[in-house]
Write a protein that binds this ligand. Structure first.
Ligand code: ARG
Length: 496
């Protein structure tokens, strides 16, 4: 007597060995279609290429390949037009597309997955999607840098206090400050293009873990899908999400730069500073205080940076405990990169628009400059008279203290007052040995160091323009930065 075969009820792609269907609550946890449907076009693109590779390997006839190709174009159109109906059984975008393909062309569709696994399929789709998204982000970064450079050129004559420790340090050009962020963004873009190189390596053809046993031409697949290289270890390929981690770290670092940029602007926008004002269209008011004009555009960017950092840490935490090759934990990658990309794209877009439209109050910037910020210039005045810098620094420190004790700005100290600060020049030092002790005798004289000519240093424009070395804040050096950034920008071509 033969044993009764249990009735199989599970209709999933993998349902053959299952006697019962999955618990609906587990199905809800397991399914990723609501998230990964965003890669529908990439999934179709990958499948069409795979069908062509199967055809070259003689596993599909030309006619069958043609059928798959045509049907997939219809599936693509259904997605594009919002007509694709997601079935309750569709676990992810891969199963949904294949199910629809079967509905359209029947059994031919069942040959498509020959030698392929969702393990190599999902990485392929993710890489195709990320590559496209990196290109869009590159365009945003480039545009952001262009706005920084354009504004820097327009307002190159505006001077403002430069800060260290949030204390007035030295006068700088507003453009010098602006361009400091252009350099961050330039390096961010260069780093992103590095990440892109590792994204653009073809995973397809790795199967579930061991590779592909059919004569699938992976070089052909790479060309079809625009990948630069092919992965060289199938176990590594299906378990590797370093390209995701790299993108998340890149997003974290570049959003930290944006966040610092926004923080500066939020401070410059306070009534206390009043250096800049944001356009109404990027500001919000208060439902209670009628006078408010809040820089929410900047605060949101600063705030969302925290979310992006969290995504990076979250995914790294997901990765850390996973044994080698594919494990379902990796399914978390999609939501993480989609969310990170969406936020970051918006952040760059808004940063760029808010910057392009903000108003700079040149008088407030100028009025914020105070003569104590030229204390370093005063020290350089003494250096030029032959006094070593350390002593010059000390003597000017005395002048600062004197001005403070008199309650006047540094530049208001009179020359007679300044002449009370004297330099103790040692010109003779005699060491006398007295039993076991050494007696040191120093002969010297005190000289006045400040003269009438000190008045020449109280000019902020002259001060700024002495920093002519590459990277300085002089007109010439800032113009040089603009030229060099423009030269670099001209070599880039990214599409929206
Ligand atoms: N939805 C899955 C993911 O994104 C596809 C891979 C599923 N593979 C598997 N062996 N269950 O990771």
């Amino acid at each position: 007597m033969t044993e009764a075969v249990p009735q199989k009820t599970c209709q999933k792609l993998w349902g053959g060995r299952f006697a019962e269907d999955v618990d609906p609550d587990f199905h809800n946890l397991n399914k990723s279609i609501d998230i990964d449907k965003r890669m529908y076009a990439e999934d179709i693109q990958g499948s069409i290429a795979y069908a062509r590779a199967l055809c070259r390997a003689k596993l599909l006839s030309l006619e069958e390949t043609q059928k798959i190709d045509t049907a997939f174009k219809q599936v693509l159109a259904e997605w594009d037009n919002g007509e694709f109906i997601i079935n309750h059984e569709d676990e992810d975008i891969h199963s949904a597309n294949e199910r629809r393909l079967s509905e359209l062309i029947g059994d031919v569709a069942k040959k498509l997955h020959t030698g392929r696994s969702r393990n190599d399929q999902t990485v392929t789709d993710t890489k195709l999607w990320l590559r496209k998204s990196i290109d869009k982000l590159s365009f945003r970064l480039k545009t952001f840098i262009e706005v920084l450079v354009t504004r820097a050129e327009q307002d190159i004559d505006i001077l403002m206090p430069g800060y260290t420790h949030m204390q007035r340090a030295q006068p700088v050009r507003w453009s010098h400050w602006l361009l400091s962020y252009a350099w961050y963004a330039k390096e961010d873009l260069e780093r992103l293009l590095e990440v892109r190189k590792r994204v653009n390596i073809l995973p397809l053809g790795s199967g579930a873990i061991a590779g592909n046993p059919f004569p699938i031409d992976r070089s052909f697949l790479a060309i079809e899908l625009g990948f630069d290289k092919i992965t060289e270890n199938s176990m590594h390929t299906v378990g590797d999400r370093d390209f995701v981690a790299e993108f998340l770290f890149w997003s974290s670092l570049s959003s930290v730069h944006l966040s610092r940029f926004c923080e500066d602007l939020i401070i410059y926008n306070t009534q206390e500073f009043n250096f800049i004002q944001f356009a109404d269209k990027y500001s919000t008011g208060s439902s209670l205080m009628p006078q408010k004009h809040n820089p929410d555009c900047m605060e949101l960017i600063r705030g969302k940076t925290g979310t992006i950092l969290g995504k990076c840490v979250g995914f790294m935490t997901t990765l850390k405990g996973i044994p080698s090759t594919y494990n379902k934990d990796l399914q978390e990658d999609k939501e993480t990169i989609f969310h990170t990309y969406d936020i970051l794209y918006q952040m760059y877009h808004i940063a760029e628009k808010a910057l392009a439209t903000l108003k700079i109050n040149r008088n407030s910037c100028k009025n914020a400059l105070t003569s104590d910020m030229l204390a370093t210039d005063m020290a350089y005045y003494l250096v030029r008279k032959g006094i070593p810098f350390r002593q010059s620094h000390h003597l000017v420190g005395e002048a600062v203290a004197l001005a403070e004790s008199k309650g006047v700005p540094l530049s208001e100290l009179t020359v007679p007052q300044l002449k009370t600060i004297r330099y103790n020049q040692v010109f003779l030092e005699i060491k006398v040995l007295l039993r076991k002790n050494i007696l040191i005798l120093k002969y010297g004289y005190f000289s006045e160091v400040f003269e009438e000519s000190i008045s020449s240093i109280w000019d902020f424009n002259l001060s700024v323009d002495q920093y002519t070395t590459v990277g300085g804040t002089s007109f010439k050096a800032v113009q040089q930065q603009i030229n060099s950034l423009r030269f670099w920008l001209r070599k880039l071509s990214f599409k929206k």
